[in-house]
Design a protein around this ligand. Structure first.
Ligand SMILES: C[S@@+](CC[C@H](N)C(=O)[O-])C[C@H]1O[C@@H](n2cnc3c(N)ncnc32)[C@H](O)[C@@H]1O
Length: 259
C-alpha cells in the first residue's frame, strides 16, 4: 500500500481546540486503558540509558498519550526519571492533569515546542508517540536531522502499521469513541454534545484514524529517511516493528555511537 499524505483535521490550524483536545483525550484514554506501549518499554529503557541524564523530552505529547501507564512501568526501574511533555499546540489543561497525576515525574512546557527544531535547553531522550506520521517526508527527515545535529538520542513509536487490517480496525473507531466517552475524564458537557448529539468527535477520529494508517512510514521508508541524514554514521540506528499480544508498534531508536 503506497504512503498517502492526506490531511488530518487535528493538523489544521483553524480546527477548534476543544474538539482537537477531545480527540487527544480519547487517544490518551485508549492507550492507557490497553497499556498499548507495554511491549516497547525495553526499547525506551535502552534510550534512557544512552541519554544518561534520566530525562525524557516527549515531543508532540497531545493529551499525554500513553504516558500514565508507561511511567508506571518505568518508575520501578528508574526512580529518578523525569518526563517533560511538550507540543506545538500545547493542550495545557491535559498537560497540567498529567503533572497532577504524578508531579514527581511529569512536567511540561507551556510554550510551543516544534519537533523539527527542539530548543537547546531541552536535553534528554527525545520521544514521539503516535505522531511521526503527521509529518511529511521532508519534516520527518528534519526531526531526525535535528536529533543528530544536537547529538540527542531519539525514540519514535507509532500505534499502527500501514496495512489493510489496521485500516479496517480504524474504520470502526467511532464505535470505540461512543463506548469510551462516558469514561473519559475530565467530565465535559461539550464532549458529550459533540459525541452523541452532533457527532463531530467520532467522525473526526474516524477520518484521522484512517488517514493515520495511510500516512504511517514503513520500516523501509524510515530506513530511507535515515540514509539521507548528514552525520547518520555517528549514530546507532534500530528500526523495526514490535509485535506482542496483537499489538504492533513500529519504532525507531537512535543514539550517538560511543567514541
Ligand atoms: C496524534 S497527536 C498526539 C499524539 C500523542 N503523543 C499521543 O500519543 O496521544 C499528534 C500531536 O502532534 C502535535 N504536533 C503537530 N505538529 C507538531 C510539531 N511541528 N511539533 C510538535 N508537535 C506537533 C499536535 O499538536 C498533536 O498534539
Amino acid at each position: 500500500m503506497a504512503r498517502m499524505h492526506l490531511f488530518e483535521f487535528e493538523d489544521l490550524k483553524w480546527f477548534p481546540t476543544s474538539i482537537r483536545n477531545y480527540g487527544t483525550d480519547f487517544l490518551q484514554f485508549i492507550t492507557n486503558k490497553f497499556d498499548f506501549y507495554k511491549g516497547v518499554i525495553p526499547i525506551l529503557e535502552e534510550g534512557i540509558k544512552e541519554a544518561g541524564n534520566n530525562q525524557i523530552i516527549d515531543l508532540a505529547s497531545g493529551g499525554g498519550g500513553g504516558w500514565k501507564s508507561i511511567s508506571k512501568h518505568l518508575k520501578d526501574k528508574q526512580p529518578h526519571l523525569k518526563i517533560k511533555l511538550t507540543d506545538y499546540y500545547p493542550n495545557l489543561g491535559a498537560l497540567k492533569r498529567m503533572q497532577e497525576f504524578d508531579s514527581e515525574i511529569f512536567d511540561y512546557e507551556t510554550e510551543s515546542v516544534s519537533a523539527l527544531d527542539v530548543p537547546e535547553h531541552l536535553k534528554g531522550l527525545r520521544t514521539q508517540f503516535l505522531s511521526f506520521h503527521h509529518f511529511k517526508k521532508e519534516d520527518a527527515r528534519q526531526i531526525l536531522q535535528n536529533a543528530v545535529d544536537c547529538d540527542s538520542p531519539i525514540a519514535i513509536f507509532e500505534g499502527q502499521v500501514r496495512d489493510f487490517p489496521h485500516l479496517l480496525k480504524n474504520f470502526f473507531s467511532p464505535i470505540s469513541v461512543l463506548i469510551a466517552t462516558p469514561f473519559i475524564t475530565p467530565f465535559s458537557f461539550g464532549r458529550l454534545f459533540f459525541t452523541y448529539i452532533l457527532p463531530i468527535v467520532p467522525l473526526f477520529v474516524w477520518w484521522d484514524g484512517i488517514v493515520s494508517v495511510l500516512r504511517t512510514y514503513s520500516v523501509k521508508e524510515m530506513e530511507g529517511l535515515v540514509g539521507e541524514l548528514k552525520g547518520n554514521e555517528r549514530f546507532e540506528w534500530k528500526i523495526g516493528k514490535h509485535k506482542e499480544k496483537g499489538i504492533t508498534v513500529p519504532y525507531l531508536l537512535a543514539y550517538p555511537k560511543k567514541a
